[in-house]
Structures are given as C-alpha cells and as structure tokens.
Design a protein around this ligand. Structure first.
Ligand code: F6R
Length: 618
C-alpha cells in the first residue's frame, strides 16, 4: 500500500527516488510520481499510472540534477488511479509538494473551508487538501514549512505519513506520521537523509534508522541535526536504531517471482525462526522464548487469550487457538481485527491479546490492539517486521524472524507465525504444567525435523505445476479440511483467490453438506486436506459425498496413504508429523498450486490487482 521515498543530501536524487520506489513496489500500488528540486529552487513533478517503470520512462527527459526530492507509489483510496490523482500534489502557488500515505477523514470539511478562501483543487484526493492547508497556514502566519506542517496536522483527523518539500528551501524535507509507517535513514558522514515507508529503500545507503512515532514531525535538513517534534508537546528525543534487514531477502535469488522464492525459502527461514529457541537439552528438547520467560507470571495466569489479526495472519491465529487450547488449556478466541476494533468488546481481568502481523503495520490490527490496551489487556505481538508499529505498541512479544516478505501473497510468514505459535503454546504449556512432557518433547523434536520435511513437499513442485493446469479453467473451487487443517483450507482458498482471481471457498469439510454441496458438479474442483489424523476416516466420508456428485477431487494426503489413493488419483503427499504440526506441511502444496495457476494464467503473481502488501488504511 502507498510507498513514500525521499532524500536530501549531495547525491543526484532521481536514481535514489526511482530505485527506492522499485523496492517498495511489493507493497502494491496503481500509480507513481516524484518531485525534484534543484539548488536554484526549480521544482519538477513527474507522474505516471501503472508501474514505476512507466514513471522511470517519463523521467528520462528530466535534466534536473536536484538533490532534494520526494516520491510515491499510490494505492487509490480517494479518486480513481490516474495521473491527476497520483502524488506528489503541488500547492496552489506551486511552491510546495506533498506525498501522503493514509486517509484524512475530515478532508471534505477542510476542502470546503479552503475553497471559501480561494483555493482550487485539481485532484479527487484527500492529500491535496493537506498541502493547500499547509500553504494557507504558512501564508496567513508568515511561517516556515515546519511550522506550517505542525499546525496543519493538528487540524487533520485520520491517518497519515507525509513528506513535504518547499522549492524555496532546496535542502529540507518535513515528514510526519500518524498510524502510517515512516522511517528516516540517517546518512553516515555527510549530512544526508533518506525517508521511506520501510527500511528496504534505505538499507543500501545507511544502517542507521529512526522510526517516527504517531503525531511526530521530523525536520530533516541536509548537513544539520535531525529534529523531531510532537505536534502537541513540542521537541522529543528520538532513538537511532540499526537497520535489521538481510539485503539478500530483497532480490529474487534466481527465482522468477518473489512468491516462489519465499515458498522455497521456508525450510531455511523456519530454521532461523527456531534458532536459539528450540534447543536440544538433557537428551531431549526445550523451547525458550524470552518474552514467555520475562512475563511468565502474567502469561501462566492468563484468564483467556484473544488473537487479533487479518487475512493470512488470521488463519495462523485459528491454528494458534487450537495450539494454545491443546497445550495450555486456556480459552482462546480469534477475532478479525477489523471487527474487534469496533465491537463492544469485553476484556476480562487477566486477559491477554495476541496480535499477529507480518508487516506490523496493518491499520486494523494496530487499532485493535489500541482498543484492547484501553480496556486494560496486555498485548503480546507476534510480528515479523522488526521495529514496526505493532511490534512497538505491543507490551511484549516474539519476532517471527523469517526475513522480509515481498510477494504480496503471504507464504513464509504463515508458516513462521504458526511455528512461533507452536513454540509459544509449548513454552507456556510447560510453565503451566498442562502439557504432557513426552508430547512436549516429541512435538519439539518434530519441529526441528520440519524444514527437511518441507523440502520433501517442495520436491513435488513439478507434479503440482502439472496439476495446476486443470484449475486455470475453473471459475470456482472448494477447499475442505477439518480440525487442524480447516484453517489451511481457508488459507489455500485465499491464496487462489488473491493471485489467480478464481473464486474459492475454504470450508470445514463436514459443513459442506449444510449448503455448499449444492455447488458440486463436474466443473468444480474440490481440494481436500486429508492427512492421517483422528478425523481421517470422517474426511474420507466427505470425499465420497463429493465423488457421488461427480465432483473432481484433489487431495493432500500423508505419505503411504493407499486408501485415499484408491478413490482419488490427484494426490500430493506430505510426510508424517504430529497432527498439530501438519498445517506447516499441508499448506505448502496449496501455496505452490495457487502460484502455478496464476503463472499458467499469465497473471502478475507478485503484485496482484487491487492488493497491497501492507494494508495501512482501514
Ligand atoms: C494474504 C495476505 C493478507 C495479509 C493481511 C494481514 O496473502 O497477505 O491477507 O495476511 O493483510 O497482513 P499482516 O500480517 O501484515 O498484518
């Protein structure tokens, strides 16, 4: 979702802006633009719909060697994707330019007030209102850009990450954030600064980064000390952190798409996720999570858990619920963050809210944890992006440590989140004495074997690619699973929908007979997730129900399952593992299946239409 890049320093700014936008492409967008200012105060603005490459083409005619600039990828909220609506937006006088990520909720009111004062608007965006408002304030108060931004933001209701420049001061950027991420890279040595929506465009230039907090404004000037002010309380101290980003995660490593790379990365990154946490000890295994150790008392005595998350992370939460209830015997609910934040929620004394997020910037999840905190809940974050907003707002938590995920369709984040949830439930279960020590040891041992078992699943990639051809003609698909694998059915369906644009439903297999069975015919592929667990025989009955209605079935089965092979010829095998860990294996063929369907349909796998990687608006 919208990406921001900016720079002030001594280098030519254009390549930094274009290169930075390319690194943010994974977030999802529909148009792009940039504004560049020369030393003499000349400002040029370029915009294009579609890919950053289109913007790059337009800037080829640019002979502006400016060293100050801002750039943006836009994901439309107010107004269609178009050149006019693309950012940067320029103020009426032409002096100021702004890029913005977020939504200004009271933009219509502000717009009316500014129109009465003679301002006209070219775009349909809420963003243009901010830059006109800043200009209006600077004019009537005769103040500089920083003071104008500070005052304007007090009048804006909603979410924003902004960067504003004034062509009359070709060394300064004023940037601010509220509920939308923004980071500042502090150049090493020569007084240069970078800004970006996340660390990826910054990491190749500097390792020093400052993450702004809500309602903070940064005054960023070449050759000067960085200044940060809260819009209400004035000057604030800030912390310069080291960027924790593995740059090899940012390229495709020889794979045609990030999504495929990330699927194949899973064995290695799950080892990273477990490193130093699952350890061999005393002839057995132990799991150590520092957050569980540090907050043992509160966690052990938790009255219940509520998991809040969205999309794929919500599916991981459904498995987390089963893991926590199984190993810890603590009642656990799973809520869509987007619903939870507006529900009349009841937070019990001693309740702990677990927020799961890959990006750590999902607006709904962030708002849900604020709602939980207001009612006194402790918040435990399971977040992948280090230093992200959710990681910082949580009281404590565990990083997933699977490296940056670039493909819009989440893959390795899901298996990482489930792995963390398994470690969490086992660690807490042991502290509570609610887990059987033999099962604890066995599940931990199996966790260490999972990376190799995922490798075995990945070896069936060619077979899955062949199978995918059948799906390219499908208009609807059904994914059915039970127990531990019902959330995997949901996740498989979501993956197919989002990158193949095929309508797919995930359902608890036994629930099919209460409605969806009416859809079954020879044109409806039905995918069963049917490992050899306690519901195995039940799911075979569900398969028979589909077969007798001429449905075409595909199945994910445990290796050496000859029974299902007799009724279904299209099978993918997963190695045997304890039932509670089976989602970590059964999801992998479904990730590959949706990938190959999308490739066969010649779709843009890494940047599917309408989707954004980090959903920073509600
Ligand atoms: C699906 C997908 C989304 C995200 C959801 C939550 O492939 O990527 O459904 O899972 O937007 O995002 P995070 O985990 O960043 O909070």
């Amino acid at each position: 979702m919208c990406g921001i890049v900016g720079y002030t320093g001594n280098r030519p700014v254009l390549p930094i802006l274009i290169g930075g936008l390319k690194k943010l492409e994974y977030r999802g967008y529909d148009s792009a633009g940039c504004a560049i200012v020369t030393g003499e105060g000349r400002m040029e603005v370029y915009k294009a719909t579609g890919k950053v490459a289109n913007l790059e083409d337009k800037t080829r005619e640019c002979n502006n060697h400016g060293t100050l600039g801002i750039a943006h990828t836009r994901w439309a909220t107010h107004g269609v994707p178009s050149v006019t609506n693309a950012h940067p937006h320029v103020s009426q006088s032409g002096n100021l330019a702004i890029v913005h990520n977020g939504i200004i909720e009271n933009y219509a009111t502000l717009c009316e007030q500014l129109k009465k004062r003679g301002y006209t608007f070219k775009s349909q965006t809420d963003t243009e209102v901010i830059v006109q408002l800043i200009e209006y304030i600077m004019t009537i108060r005769d103040c500089d850009l920083a003071a104008g931004v500070l005052s304007a933001l007090k009048l804006c209701i909603g979410a924003y990450a902004i960067a504003v420049i004034d062509r009359r001061n070709p060394t300064r950027i004023v940037a601010a954030r509220k509920s939308s991420p923004l980071a500042i890279g502090v150049g090493e040595g020569n007084g240069e600064f970078f800004i970006a929506s996340d660390a990826s465009p910054i990491a190749e230039y500097t390792k020093k980064i400052v993450y702004l907090n809500d309602e903070e404004v940064a005054i960023i000037e070449k050759g000067k000390e960085l200044q940060v002010e809260n819009i209400r309380t004035g000057s604030v101290d800030f912390e310069i952190k080291d960027i924790d980003l593995d740059l090899t995660m940012l390229d495709k490593g020889g794979f045609p798409h990030f999504m495929l790379k990330e699927i194949f990365d899973q064995p290695a990154v799950l080892k990273d996720c477990m490193r130093g946490r699952v350890i061999a000890a005393d002839g057995g295994y132990r799991v150590i999570l520092s957050a569980v150790e540090q907050h043992k008392q509160k966690l052990v005595n938790a009255s219940r858990f509520t998991i809040v998350s969205c999309g794929t992370s919500w599916h991981a939460g459904l498995i987390g619920k089963q893991l926590i209830e199984h190993f810890c015997r603590i009642h656990t609910e799973v809520a869509y963050a987007s619903e939870y934040r507006y529900n009349d929620i009841v937070v019990d004394p001693g309740e702990i809210v677990i927020a799961i997020s890959q990006s750590g910037e999902t607006a709904d999840t962030l708002a849900a944890i604020e709602a939980a905190r207001e009612r006194g809940a402790m918040v435990f974050g399971i977040v992948n992006s280090v230093g992200s907003s959710i990681a910082r707002r949580a009281d404590t938590g565990t990083y997933v440590h699977i490296g940056q995920e670039i493909g819009v369709a989440s893959t390795k984040a899901f298996t990482g989140q489930v792995t963390v949830l398994a470690m969490f439930a086992l660690a807490l279960g042991m502290e509570r004495g609610s887990v059987d020590p033999a099962e604890y040891n066995e599940v931990l041992r199996e966790l260490t074997l999972l990376p190799d078992k995922i490798e075995r699943v990945l070896q069936q990639n060619d077979k899955i690619r062949d199978m995918a051809r059948t799906f390219t003609y499908a208009r609807n698909c059904l994914y059915l699973g039970r127990g531990w694998n019902y959330p995997v059915a949901l996740e498989g369906a979501l993956k197919l929908k989002e990158i193949s644009y095929i309508h797919a439903e995930g359902y608890p297999a036994a629930e099919m007979k209460h409605g969806p069975i009416a859809l079954i015919d020879q044109d409806m592929p039905v995918i069963f997730i049917a490992p050899h667990d306690r519901l195995y025989h039940k799911i075979i009955s569900n398969m028979q129900e589909v077969i007798s209605r001429k449905g075409r079935i595909f199945a994910i089965i445990t290796e050496n399952d000859h029974t299902i092979r007799k009724i279904c010829s299209d099978v993918i095998e997963i190695p045997e593992t304890p039932a509670c860990l089976s989602p970590l294996l059964s999801v992998v063929p479904l990730q590959l299946l949706s990938y190959h369907v999308a490739v066969a349909k010649q779709l843009d796998v890494d940047q599917p239409r309408n989707l954004a990687k980090s959903v920073t608006v509600e």
